[in-house]
Structure formats: structure tokens, C-alpha cells
Design a protein around this ligand. Structure first.
Ligand SMILES: [Zn+2]
Ligand SMILES: [Zn+2]
Length: 404
């Protein structure tokens, strides 16, 4: 993998183009499943490189495959994923490239990811003659809670050709510039949403004995749920149950017959997640029965935990070692945020990394999803080299194995 070192210099030459692409996306942010312009720019770029493009995959996703020459029928395929969506936030940065769409902003850095994906495409096309397999470039819509990865998977993105591994990255404004976080195991949590609707019997505030008070039932459930993490989950595990909303009643002198709560559950382990859901349902059921209420508990969506395979992390680490100084490669304590890259990793194991992009001296250290979020654009070439390097290294590794 000696030639990987070359990728760093090649990516550096692309820096002006990467910055221009990123700023263009930043000025024209689009919400999940509405990334029509963004997807169009990416697709045009891919076509200009001579690639065949599939557009409209998972609504607004874009896919292209870079293929080596004269591949054997069993040549490996690797997937690289870049997300494209922005957030419903009003940008507060006073920069020449600030969002031109009021109320919408690239506050998570996905503008950078899309630009990096375009750079990776260019670099892989340049090296296609030495690629011992195929690289599927996936520009994904709607990462921010809307399930864009699953939409693309349901639309067949993992078929023809089917990737045996996947790699992805997130630039991270809270880590030093070009620090690379690469580690096996869970990095980010599983995130699930829940909704509990309680049905009692409303009535006059002066005649509580004739009612089933949904407010009282909801209150008991909220308190009892607090014991799930404290008393049902193994203390060596990590879990969160947060009730985000609780609505009940309309008027001060009427006992409410209906209550509704919503919230989020987080953990790293699918077994703990199942336990949380089971205990929440048992408590809701028991409390409602005790008070004579009925209920409906649903978990509208769950993103699985983002878990890197041992082998994927090892490969990614070797790639990073060729591209950045050793002291910039690090690991972190897993975080309770979530990412639907997990949908790809669960089906094609690999590695998801974070690449630091903060520059406190320039004021670039605002957290993600914040109206003053911005990042150091010097991260862009590093992202290109790492992602292109991961694809090349993976294909070389697989090709060497099949020769053995
Ligand atoms: Zn985000
Ligand atoms: Zn993000």
C-alpha cells in the first residue's frame, strides 16, 4: 500500500475545487429528501468523469460505480457513503458563503461530505486502471433522522453489484483539525423514537371519581420508566430513556381523558435496546391496567448503533497511518448520538470514522446542529485521501486474498 501516500498529495491538489464545491453546497442547503439541486450537482460531476449515474435512488440519492479494467466475475465491491442533507436551522455565521435559504443550513457538515465524495470520485477515476474491483459511490439523502440510508437500501443500492464492505466518515467540529478517530466496536448509539398514547375517561374536574385521569396515568408511567435504566439494565451497559414531550388536557377544570408522550431511547447494544422496549411496554401496560386506561405504545423508527468491524477498523487504521502523522490517529469514548451509516455497516461491515475539523483560533469549534457551526476546510483533502485510500486498500486486500 506504498502508493497510498501519494493520495495525500493528490488530494491536496484538489483543495481549491473541494472548497468551491463545499461553499456552493453551503450556500444552497436542502433538507432531507429534497436534495434535488445538490444531487444534480453531484450527478453532473460524476457524469463529467465518464461514470454512469443512477439518480433518484431512495428519492434523491445518487449512485455511481468506478470499475477497474478486465475484472474477474468475482471481483470485490466496496461501498463509500457520503450524506447530502442540511438542517432546518437559520444560519448565524457572517461568511461570504452563508446559506442563501432562510431557515435551512448545512449545520452538520454534509456539504463537506458531498464535496469530499466528488473529490473521491475524481481520484478513483484517475486510478481506475489499477483498481482490482469496483467502488460504489453512494450520495445519500436524508441522514438527519429521516431514514435516507434505508430508503436507498429498499431501492436496491446494495445490489448489482453487492458490496462486501462499506466505509464512511463524518467531519467533526469538536476535534482538532485532521485528527482521525478510528476504532473497532460501537462508535455511536442506536437511537429509537417512541410514542405512547394513553386513553382514559375525561370528565369534570370536580368529579374525579367518574373519570380515568390520563394525566395521572401518564405521570406514573414517566416516573416508573426512570427505573428501567436504574434497575433493569446491567450497570456495565449504557442506556438512556428520555421523555421529550408530554401533552395532556386543554382546560384547567376538566380532567383529561387523553395523554400523549414522545421521546427517544439510546444504547449501544441491540439486546439492551430490546430490553428497554420490553420494560417500557410492561410498565405502560401494568400502570394503564391498574388505572383502567388503555394505551398504544409504538417505536416509529430506530437507527441501529454504528458499529465498526474489527477488520474494517484495522484496515482503516492502516490507511490512516499512511496518510496522517501517527499522533493524529486516536480513539474516543463512544457517543450517544446516532447515524444511519449503521444501516450500511450492518449489511456490509466496515468502518465509519470521524475526521477533526476544528480551528478554535478561527472560531470554528461550534458544535454540530448549531446556528454558528462551521469547520476548517483544510479537512476536505484529508477526507478525500482517507476515503479513496480505504476503497483502494480494501479492494487490494480482497484481490490478494482471492489469489491465495
Ligand atoms: Zn447531524
Ligand atoms: Zn451529520
Amino acid at each position: 500500500m506504498d502508493d497510498l501516500k501519494r493520495l495525500a498529495a493528490e488530494a491536496q491538489d484538489m483543495a481549491p475545487a473541494l472548497v468551491a464545491w463545499r461553499r456552493d453546497f453551503h450556500m444552497h442547503p436542502e433538507l432531507g429528501f429534497e436534495e434535488v439541486r445538490t444531487a444534480g450537482v453531484a450527478a453532473d460531476h460524476l457524469r463529467s468523469l465518464g461514470l454512469e449515474v443512477s439518480a433518484g435512488v431512495g428519492k434523491t440519492g445518487v449512485v455511481a460505480v468506478v470499475e477497474g479494467d478486465d475484472l474477474p466475475p468475482d471481483a470485490p465491491t466496496v461501498l463509500l457513503r457520503f450524506d447530502m442533507d442540511a438542517l432546518p436551522i437559520d444560519e448565524e455565521n457572517d461568511v461570504p458563503y452563508r446559506s442563501q435559504t432562510p431557515g435551512v443550513m448545512h449545520a452538520c457538515g454534509h456539504d463537506g461530505h458531498t464535496a469530499i465524495g466528488m473529490g473521491v470520485a475524481q481520484m478513483l477515476v484517475r486510478h481506475r486502471h489499477s483498481l482490482p474491483g469496483r467502488v460504489k459511490l453512494v450520495f445519500q439523502p436524508a441522514e438527519e433522522g429521516l431514514g435516507g440510508a434505508l430508503a436507498m437500501i429498499e431501492d436496491g443500492v446494495l445490489e448489482n453489484p453487492a458490496p462486501s464492505a462499506s466505509f464512511g466518515m463524518h467531519l467533526w467540529s469538536r476535534l482538532p483539525l485532521n485528527q482521525v478517530i478510528v476504532q473497532p466496536g460501537p462508535l455511536w448509539a442506536t437511537a429509537g423514537s417512541f410514542r405512547l398514547a394513553i386513553r382514559g375517561r375525561g370528565g369534570h374536574g370536580a368529579a374525579p371519581h367518574e373519570t380515568v385521569d390520563a394525566t395521572v396515568v401518564a405521570s406514573h408511567i414517566v416516573v416508573a420508566w426512570q427505573s428501567v435504566v436504574a434497575r433493569s439494565v446491567d450497570p456495565a451497559q449504557t442506556a438512556v430513556i428520555s421523555v421529550g414531550t408530554l401533552y395532556s388536557g386543554d382546560v384547567n377544570n376538566v380532567i383529561s381523558g387523553r395523554a400523549e408522550l414522545t421521546g427517544t431511547i439510546r444504547t449501544f447494544d441491540p439486546e439492551v435496546e430490546a430490553l428497554l422496549k420490553q420494560r417500557m411496554a410492561e410498565i405502560a401496560d401494568g400502570v394503564c391496567r391498574a388505572f383502567g386506561a388503555t394505551y398504544e405504545l409504538t417505536f416509529p423508527f430506530t437507527f441501529p448503533a454504528t458499529i465498526n468491524s474489527e477488520e474494517g477498523a484495522q484496515l482503516m487504521r492502516r490507511v490512516a497511518q499512511q496518510l496522517v502523522p501517527a499522533e493524529q490517529i486516536a480513539a474516543i469514548t463512544p457517543m450517544m448520538v446516532s447515524e444511519d451509516m449503521s444501516e450500511f455497516l450492518n449489511r456490509a461491515p466496515g468502518c465509519y470514522i470521524l475526521v477533526g475539523a476544528s480551528d478554535p483560533q478561527q472560531g470554528w469549534h461550534s458544535p454540530h446542529h448549531n446556528p454558528t457551526f462551521d469547520f476548517d476546510e483544510r479537512v476536505l483533502p484529508t477526507g478525500v485521501a482517507l476515503m479513496a485510500g480505504a476503497a483502494i486498500a480494501y479492494l487490494q486486500q480482497q484481490a490478494a486474498r482471492s489469489e491465495d
